[in-house]
Design a protein around this ligand. Structure first.
Ligand code: SAH
Length: 212
């Protein structure tokens, strides 16, 4: 149960994000509903509602709320039913998506991170997130096709098998590495063609292969 003081704090946080990035009502409500402080290490809780990325276990990062917001907006979630995320990390992005999509599938390659993320989902009574320990570059064939796919780690190239697992008309959003830069890129599946639209630069940890 979120008390009144915390609710105001969360709404101020969602307002801070919305002042930088126009949010749809559904995305705004998601940021005002999920307590980010539960996704950061205890020592960083007092910074949880700043607009910064923060370190988590295993040399990984919980993305800045602005980055989470941008990725969510570029997914154009209205009318979509399910989404696959590659790189669950702390689970914060997946928790935001769980308020917007009917079903969320998220894959993480580091077991220790996934265990913690699952505990958080349980604590928050979130039951529509399905998790898997795997190299997410393979997708999650059993539940494909996905209306939306989100890469939460940077990659030089989106594996072809992920486009195969994307529904017709579906959208995939990924930070694509170009030289020293990463560009949030939106891909749209249109029959046999994939339309590619670069959006803006960003900073994610790089995708890695295999599991730990
Ligand atoms: N979405 C996360 C932030 C992710 S940081 C959050 O909201 O906290 C990127 C994550 O991608 C890290 O946890 C990293 O371990 C994971 N990752 C990197 N390569 C991966 C792969 N091939 N498959 C699945 N997860 C991967």
């Amino acid at each position: 149960m979120i008390d009144r003081a915390k609710q105001i704090k969360l709404e101020n946080f969602a307002d801070d994000i919305a002042s930088e990035i126009p949010l749809t009502p559904a995305i705004y409500r998601a940021f005002a509903a999920i307590e980010r402080e539960l996704f950061v290490p205890v020592g960083f809780r007092h910074w949880a509602y700043r607009l910064d990325a923060l370190p988590i276990k295993a040399n990984q990062w919980i993305s800045s709320p602005l980055t989470v917001a941008k990725m969510t907006v570029y997914l154009e979630p209205d009318d979509a039913d399910n989404v696959l995320e590659i790189g669950c990390g702390s689970g914060y992005q997946a928790a935001i998506l769980s308020r917007i999509f009917r079903r969320v599938f998220t894959v993480e390659r580091i077991d220790a991170l996934l265990k913690e993320a699952k505990e958080r989902f349980k604590k928050l009574d979130i039951h529509n997130i399905h998790t898997r320990l795997d190299d997410g570059q393979r997708g999650w064939r059993q539940y494909a096709p996905f209306d939306r796919i989100l890469f939460s780690a940077s990659t030089p190239k989106v594996p072809e098998s992920l486009f195969d697992q994307l529904a017709e008309g579906g959208i995939l959003v990924a930070p694509i590495e170009r030289g020293n830069e990463q560009i949030i890129t939106q891909f749209r599946k249109n029959g046999d063609t994939i339309l590619e639209e670069p959006k803006e630069s960003c900073l994610f940890v790089p995708v890695k292969s295999g599991i730990e």
